[in-house]
Design a protein around this ligand. Structure first.
Ligand code: ATP
Ligand code: HSE
Length: 348
């Protein structure tokens, strides 16, 4: 059996919109068995699924984001379908559409799955190129692939590269935007389009994730953002993002410095309409009001709130749960740690 494990991730961490990612300790797991026999299964693949999203995630190989991504990778490399018969069991504890990188983890798992069953021998750097053809912002996928706390960027893509219809764009699923079998092999992704760098992370810092019981689709949370910004707002974020990686790597952490460096004017203010209570929570939970807290932000596209803290985890979580409760929003919360290893593949 081949086992692929991919961590969840929190993108942006305040000012690092589409740039910064932090892999965290909830893992999507894919168990793969190839039975080496003829099969009636479409595309030679049988999917079973347990965990978050079990009621809504499609189980056909050309619709499920993980297997659809794997098919894209296989077809780029001249293989039309999975080897007969491929059994894929998905165990997913990452809540969908909450800002914890469920789609990024699914895309990374799909690329790793295609690489394994197709025996392609892709490096992680090359896998990142494939991931980026599907999920165009590198923050979640680079963190999920490499693990830890990362800074990322994506080369500008040519018009032809962005318009290829074979690419199963994860953000527009389940609409059939692509992934169709044209009978031709899609072109391989351009080489080296993704770049990342791992930053140190202060050992004292843990991540409290407060996860509301409603979904915000990333596509919707991106549609509310402006297409241009004032110079003052761009400079505001650049000034903070320049300091944030050093501030989060320094031991012992300086709570005031981290709190200020996590302020943002590029995405959080525009997403408040999608997340009741967001401005109040971000403004009123501070290192002074809640000792132990170092910084607070929207996780990815939301609605999860990420609070970075060294202590007082229950107290901080309770304060945020209470504020959501005032808006009649129920939540669960989890204490998470950086997942340093990123994506792993084991054989048994
Ligand atoms: N394990 C999975 N298997 C199949 N599809 C998945 C899986 N995880 C996520 N998806 C797909 O991705 C969608 C959620 O992606 P979306 O980008 O909206 O949210 P997210 O990735 O959880 O949040 P964010 O990008 O803000 O961190 C789901 O509705 C589903 O279509
Ligand atoms: N950087 C992305 C992460 C969500 O996938 C956003 O905030 O829209």
């Amino acid at each position: 059996m081949i086992t692929i494990k991919v961590p969840c991730s929190s993108a942006n961490i305040g000012p690092g919109f589409d740039v910064i990612g932090l892999a965290l300790s909830i893992w999507l797991e894919i168990q793969v068995i190839i039975e080496d026999r003829s099969t009636q299964a479409p595309l030679n693949c049988v999917i079973t699924y347990e965990g978050e999203g079990a009621e809504e995630v499609p189980l056909s190989a050309d619709a499920n984001l993980i297997t659809r991504t794997a098919l894209y990778v296989l077809r780029c490399n001249g293989q039309r379908a999975f080897p007969a018969e491929t059994k894929v069991h998905i165990i997913n504890p990452i809540p969908l559409g909450r800002g914890l990188g469920s789609s990024g983890a699914a895309v990374v798992a799909g690329v790793a799955l295609g690489n394994e069953v197709g025996k392609l021998g892709l490096s992680k750097a090359r896998m990142l190129d494939y991931c980026l053809m599907i999920e165009r912002h590198p923050d979640n996928v680079a963190a999920a692939l490499y693990g830890g706390f990362v800074g990322t960027y994506l080369n500008d893509l040519s018009k032809e590269d962005t318009e290829r219809k074979e690419i199963p764009l994860s953000e527009v699923l389940p609409a059939p935007a692509g992934g169709v079998d044209t009978g031709e092999s899609p072109p391989e992704p351009p080489l080296g389009i993704g770049h990342y760098m791992k930053f140190p992370w202060a050992k004292e810092l843990k991540a409290i994730a407060i996860i509301p019981r409603f979904e915000v689709a990333t596509a919707e949370a991106r549609s509310v953002l402006p297409t241009s910004y004032t110079r003052a707002d761009v400079v505001f974020n650049l000034q903070r993002i320049a300091l944030l990686p050093s501030a989060l790597g320094r031991s012992p952490p300086d709570a005031e410095q981290i709190y200020l460096a996590m302020q943002d004017k590029v995405h959080q203010p525009y997403r408040k309409g999608l997340i009741p209570g967001l401005p109040e929570i971000l403004q009123s939970v501070t290192p002074k009001s809640h000792p132990g807290l170092c910084g607070i932000c929207l996780s990815g596209a939301g609605p999860t709130i990420l609070a970075l803290a060294t202590d007082n985890f229950d107290g901080i979580a309770k304060a945020i749960l209470d504020m959501f409760a005032q808006k009649e929003i129920k939540c669960q919360w989890k204490l998470l740690e950086p997942a340093e290893d990123g994506t792993t593949v084991t054989y048994s």
